[in-house]
Design a protein around this ligand. Structure first.
Ligand code: GN1
Ligand code: MG
Length: 341
């Protein structure tokens, strides 16, 4: 690891390097060094190149977004990569891994769950401000770094294929969830038929991809930054509003095994809608606006497809901590989807 850090910094001392955050895809570390006589904190990350097949394109998108945001009236901090000493956004190590460094936003906190309507409003307003600031960015300039990422019909096709090639005992275990998904599969066609406009979309607006000021009132926190820009690419607004609804309306963790703890909280939904529209209300087309109620169910069902699909083929995509982890995650999504009505 020292050898990796040396490609980014000329430093006198490495104070600490510790795993950080709860992402399912990349490996993230908090890095503390002494450089130029000053203690500094950074975020070091190994990009998952099995998921992001074109790491350079991911960095180009992030760069483009950062440059665009800088020219906008945008009050949040902008996530910026720190280049290697020889001027590259990525360091490709001898064992074939891609590494990058981002500035670390000190004195911030992130939440796995939303507890109050005030938090929900602040979170939705922050993602709404991000979407608003990107409104003028021509989405076709961004590369689709994961093709078909939120293409529901393609996800569904993959799911049908996963069922064909599933591990028999895992398919049996997940039968009830598979059946619920199949019973509601027309939702993907319904959303595709709307032909909503393509925008520069974040695509991973779960609440823990926001940083808040740690010193602000926790019931009405102040957002500091939108993070995890790896999946910024052309997409539809339902992706961003939907993932917010998926992750904020339920008080349970994404991998909560006790399904009785999963509730869709209507007041939180109301606060999300209000917060998002406070930034995006005058930008959305009438078709986008009237489609917003579909965002939560659509995105949650798609996440169920992804977790259950990964479970039945043997956990090839998401990082798991135990054998049934993706099944537990998928069951949670199905339970939440069913409550969304
Ligand atoms: C992944 O990287 P992370 O953990 O923030 C995933 C999202 C899923 C999410 C589910 C590139 O996000 O699409 O919604 O897990 N990212 C990718 O928690 O697949
Ligand atoms: Mg993340």
């Amino acid at each position: 690891m020292e050898q990796i850090v040396q490609h980014f910094f000329d430093y006198q001392q490495l104070i600490s390097l510790t795993p950080f955050g709860s992402g399912h895809i990349n490996d993230t570390y908090r890095l503390e060094i002494v450089s130029g006589g000053q203690p500094q904190t950074w975020l070091l990350q190994r990009l998952n190149h099995h998921v992001f097949r074109q790491p350079e394109a991911v960095m180009q998108n992030i760069q483009l977004v950062a440059e665009h945001l800088e020219k906008q009236p945008y009050e949040l901090k902008i996530l910026k990569p720190q280049p290697t000493l020889d001027g590259h956004w990525l360091y490709y190590d001898p064992s074939g891994n891609y590494w990058r460094v981002f500035s670390f936003f000190d004195k911030t906190a992130s939440y796995e769950q939303v507890e109050t309507p005030g938090q929900a409003h602040a979170a939705a307003k922050a993602f709404g401000a991000f979407a608003r600031a990107l409104n003028g960015l021509d989405a076709s300039q961004l590369q689709a770094t994961i093709p078909n990422f939120h293409n529901g019909l393609w996800r569904l096709e993959q799911f049908h294929e996963a069922i064909q090639h599933a591990l028999p005992e895992r398919l049996t275990e997940a039968r009830a969830e598979v059946d619920v998904i199949l019973a509601h599969q027309s939702l993907f066609q319904q959303v595709a038929d709307l032909h909503l406009p393509l925008r520069a979309i974040h695509h991973d607006t779960k609440v823990n991809n926001l940083l808040f000021d740690a010193a602000s009132d926790t019931a009405h926190p102040t957002a500091v930054a939108v993070i995890d820009l790896d999946t910024v690419m052309p997409g539809i607004v339902l992706s961003d509003f939907g993932d917010l609804v998926r992750t904020a309306t339920s008080l349970a963790n994404e991998d909560e095994a006790d399904l009785s703890k999963i509730h869709f909280r209507q007041p939180i939904y109301g606060a999300l809608l209000e917060g998002f529209l406070s930034e995006m209300g005058d930008i959305l087309t009438p078709a986008e606006r009237s489609a917003l109620p579909l965002a939560g169910p659509w995105l949650t069902l798609m996440q169920a497809v992804r977790f259950i699909g990964d479970y039945i083929v043997g956990d090839v995509y998401y990082k798991v901590k135990y054998a049934g982890h993706n099944l537990v995650r998928g069951r949670g999504q199905v339970a939440l989807f069913e409550q969304m009505g």
